[in-house]
Design a protein around this ligand. Structure first.
Ligand SMILES: Nc1ncnc2c1ncn2[C@@H]1O[C@H](COP(=O)(O)OP(=O)(O)O)[C@@H](O)[C@H]1O
Ligand SMILES: [Mg+2]
Length: 301
């Protein structure tokens, strides 16, 4: 989806794009569940816990939290590898791992990579530090890659695991980990966190918080009733909220007004082919029930 903020930025006086779709930690809204999930990630890493799993539907904020963790690891000078392309073979996985950890070895040789990795992990442990492997979109991982990851999770010394492993992905990941051939891996998972969509009050606070961070401390663009309707239609999914609000700001800008309204929301949802429960209920606006594309669902992946 095209981000249009640059067009309306000056009009509303924003210093930054309020509803960008990128997972930017600077825009983190500290909902209770996001804070809890982040604490779990940090606790798992600091406590050398081994495996941590973060799940959630598309667009609920997993990658954003991983980016927050990445900032923390960077500040603390903890070695980490961040693998976000999960449709890979086990050979490619080890190669990416070696590349991200900057291991000095023949990266296509499994033996060399594993030797260099264990050397690096031991030297980190000697320094009182650790190393972290983060895999995003982990629900796409092939069994053989998961098995490789499980073996890496076995490396430990007397003070705990040498490599902290964070697997983040859509809820299928949980189901995958439930399968009998991954029992060994499942038993090693110490912490699990699941992100769910925002509640009504979180959606309102989320929208306000993003506008505030973009340079609008007391927002008057989205009236409270409109925010309730945005919540209902986006079902509290942050990524969809962003897309809707960005389009609403663009529409308001085009109409040369600084306040969005219900009509604009209808037009935006129409353009986006947005679906939500009860949209086609009896008594709903006729233009929706006649919409030939009504059966289409929208994906914001
Ligand atoms: N707690 C939050 N605070 C700020 N922005 C958030 C939060 N959760 C999600 N978002 C925003 O929603 C969008 C989707 O988040 P993302 O982390 O990419 O979701 P996921 O990885 O679960 O699909 C991004 O624009 C992100 O900035
Ligand atoms: Mg993501």
């Amino acid at each position: 989806m095209k981000q249009s903020a640059s067009l309306y930025r000056a009009f509303f006086g924003f210093s930054d794009d309020p509803f960008s779709l990128s997972p930017d930690p600077a825009f983190l809204y500290h909902s209770r569940q996001h804070d809890e999930a982040l604490s779990n990630l940090l606790y798992g890493v600091q406590g050398r816990k081994g495996f941590i799993v973060l799940t959630g539907e598309v667009g609920t904020g997993k990658t954003t939290l991983l980016e927050c963790l990445r900032d923390y690891l960077y500040e603390q000078a903890v070695e980490f590898a961040f693998i976000f392309n999960s449709r890979i073979t086990s050979g490619e996985f080890l190669e990416l791992l070696a590349y991200d950890f900057d291991l000095r070895c023949e990266r296509t040789s499994k033996t060399e990579v594993l030797m260099a990795l264990s050397q690096m992990l031991l030297s980190q442990a000697e320094k009182g530090s650790t190393a972290v492997l983060i895999v995003d979109e982990a629900h796409n991982l092939e069994w053989e890659v998961l098995e490789e990851i499980r073996l890496l999770g076995n490396l430990e010394n007397r003070r705990g695991k040498l490599l902290q492993i964070i697997l983040a992905g859509q809820p299928e990941l949980d189901r995958k980990l439930d399968s009998p051939n991954l029992r060994n891996l499942k038993q090693r998972i110490v912490l699990r966190t699941n992100l769910i969509p925002f509640s009504e009050s979180d959606t309102a606070a989320y929208i306000t918080s993003r506008l505030e961070k973009a340079g609008m401390p007391l927002q008057t663009v989205f009236p409270p009733e409109l925010i309730l309707e945005i919540h209902r239609r986006t079902q509290g999914i942050p990524r969809v909220i962003n897309a809707v609000c960005d389009n609403l700001l663009l529409t308001a800008f085009a109409d040369a007004t600084k306040m969005a309204d219900a009509e604009m929301l209808d037009a935006v949802c129409d353009d986006m082919r947005l679906e939500w429960p009860g949209r086609h209920a009896r008594g709903a606006r006729s233009r929706y029930s006649e919409d030939p594309l009504a059966a289409r669902t929208t994906s914001f992946d």
